[in-house]
Design a protein around this ligand. Structure first.
Ligand code: FES
Ligand SMILES: [Fe+2]
Length: 344
């Protein structure tokens, strides 16, 4: 196999080979991944409680795709392009309570539905204005005040959230608050997919995470594949649920603990650099545990060390691909299958 071969992973895990190393090392494949996977993904915008004004500008995958949008939180939520339909000036730079969107370049004005309502100097222009002069709207999904958007995703995010609600019927999602003090952003020298596949197996827990391994009963660790998503359930030594680790393709992780939710967003910066955001949403009155041997920050440092070593190893001319553990690497295998499906 070489870079020009199609990436394909056998659906039978017992005979399948892992992704070829050139998936991680090829610049062309990295670019294709951005175009075919990330540009078509669902991305987290913000939590509704963090929106203070009617107009909230943001960028879709700021570090990589950097596509400007505006979230309008008047009546029904909507998401509009933040680029003027005349000659592409950015429209809103700051949050505001304005009831119109005005372009500072040549004065074009849009309402909060994105329709052009005023323009200057366009006398004599035929078939103007038309619907293409309005701002484009993109899809959004508001799940319990967590807002996500997508330009053209085939991923069924609604079924993902239905699964969470079904399995965690008594979880007080509405009672989550944001804690910026324990939220962290890391920049790690690793291919984004290596970071995700490490997350998608508990196989390494007894070897890499001594503190976490003391808390959970690894023999009860469960991995369930969902539609374009994976759920891992860890139980403690008393067989009580320790965490639900949900991941949706390609880069979003929602980890539900007794104390609240930790959301991880994995953003590729280039093929050897990835930004990882940890957002902490504790239940009101509770806190994310910190600096204990099984704490999220401790486990994260252990993970980063090991995935950085993999990132070096994957470049070796002595490695091309490996085999999956049928028992422990169902989640990784499914992730690789999704990459081969959506990369096309
Ligand atoms: S770019 Fe907006 S009016 Fe010209
Ligand atoms: Fe880990």
């Amino acid at each position: 196999m070489n870079e020009n071969s199609k990436i394909s992973v056998n659906k039978d895990i017992s005979i399948a080979q892992t992704l070829p190393s050139y998936f991680y090392t090829s610049e062309d494949i990295f670019i294709k991944t951005i175009d075919n996977i990330f540009k078509k993904s669902w991305q987290f915008v913000t939590h509704k409680k963090l929106i203070k004004k009617k107009i909230y500008p943001f960028f879709f995958m700021k570090d990589l795709i950097d596509d400007p949008y505006i979230l309008i939180s008047e009546n029904n939520l909507k998401i509009l392009s933040n680029v003027c339909t005349h000659r592409a000036a950015l429209l809103c730079l700051d949050e505001s309570n304005s009831s119109k969107i005005k372009c500072n370049y040549h004065g074009r004005v849009f309402n909060l539905e994105g329709q052009i309502i005023k323009h200057y100097g366009f006398e004599g222009v035929k078939n103007f204005p038309s619907s293409t002069d309005n701002l484009i709207k993109i899809e959004h999904f508001n799940w319990k005040n967590f807002i996500f958007c997508s330009k053209e995703s085939n991923i069924n995010i609604k079924s993902f959230f239905k699964d969470i609600e079904k399995r965690l019927p008594n979880y007080n999602f509405e009672n989550l608050s944001f804690n910026s003090e324990v939220s962290e952003t890391y920049c790690v020298d690793v291919h984004w997919a290596l970071y995700c596949e490490n997350y998608l197996e508990g196989f390494h827990v007894p070897f890499v995470h001594k503190g976490l391994n003391d808390d959970i009963n690894y023999s009860n660790y469960e991995t369930i594949t969902l539609d374009d998503a994976v759920l891992q359930i860890a139980k403690d030594k008393n067989d009580k649920i320790y965490a639900h680790y949900y991941w949706i393709f390609p880069n979003l992780m929602l980890n539900f603990y007794d104390w609240g939710l930790s959301m991880n967003i994995i953003s590729p910066l280039n093929k050897n650099k990835t930004k990882i955001k940890f957002l902490s949403f504790p239940k009101i009155g509770m806190e994310q545990p910190k600096d204990i041997p099984s704490g999220i920050n401790v486990v994260e440092n252990e993970d980063q060390k090991i995935v950085q070593s993999v990132n070096k190893g994957i470049q070796s001319s002595n490695y091309s691909s490996g085999r999956y553990s049928v028992k422990h690497e169902k989640g990784v295998h499914y992730f690789h299958r999704l990459i081969s499906k959506y990369l096309k």
